[in-house]
Each structure stands twice: as structure tokens, then as C-alpha cells.
Design a binder for this molecule. Structure first.
Ligand SMILES: [Zn+2]
Length: 115
């Protein structure tokens, strides 16, 4: 993305690196959701003839299929400038920036045979 690299040039190197990590974390969360067979759309949000599209998907048509269902919708902007949050694991004390501690997750899978 040309715009992204322009942002990088204008941003302090560390801040840019952090936003790339955050972008990677958002994409990782999306791929986890996709693996759970959740509805995941990505693309550029735009309007055409008064209808909203994300990439080439008509959002109202997509939403209409779920009318009456109780939903959770997560929206991640790949262009936000928020820093990546680092947390300290309450179990092992390691710092991590994933959704959960990758060390403890790996241990849990090893011990229980599932995530
Ligand atoms: Zn841990």
C-alpha cells in the first residue's frame, strides 16, 4: 500500500514498526475468526449508488442474511495508528502482544490436546 509507506516515512521508525505489528495482530485475529467459520470480510469500505460495500461485498445484503440473530461484529482498521498493546501473562509472567499468551496457549494445547 503506497499510502502506508508514506505514513511510515512520516512516522518515527519505532511507531511505524508498532503499527505494522498491530496490523499483523489484526490480520491474525481475522484469520483465527475465519478458521472458526465466522463471517470475515476485508477490503476498502466505500459507497456505490447509496449502498455500502466492503471490497466487492454488499454490506446490507451480507447483514440481511443474519437478520434476527444475536451477533458480535468486530471492526479492525488496518490504518489506525494505535500502538500495539503488550500485556503481561498472569500465569507465566511473560510479555505478549497476541490475543493470549502464546507460551501458555502452546502448553495448554500440549497438555489437553486442544486450544
Ligand atoms: Zn503465559
Amino acid at each position: 500500500m503506497g499510502n502506508d509507506s508514506a505514513n511510515c516515512a512520516a512516522t518515527a521508525a519505532k511507531g511505524c514498526f508498532m503499527s505494522q505489528l498491530r496490523r499483523a495482530a489484526i490480520l491474525k485475529m481475522a484469520s483465527t475468526a475465519y478458521e472458526m467459520n465466522l463471517g470475515v470480510l476485508n477490503g476498502v469500505l466505500h459507497q456505490e449508488d447509496g449502498r455500502w460495500y466492503l471490497g466487492n461485498r454488499d454490506l446490507l445484503t451480507w447483514l440481511a442474511r443474519h437478520e434476527g440473530e444475536e451477533l458480535v461484529i468486530i471492526l479492525g482498521s488496518l490504518q489506525d495508528e494505535n500502538p500495539l498493546t503488550t500485556r503481561t501473562c498472569r500465569t507465566c509472567g511473560r510479555d505478549y502482544s497476541d490475543l493470549e499468551c502464546p507460551y501458555c496457549r502452546a502448553n495448554r494445547i500440549r497438555l489437553r490436546g486442544r486450544a
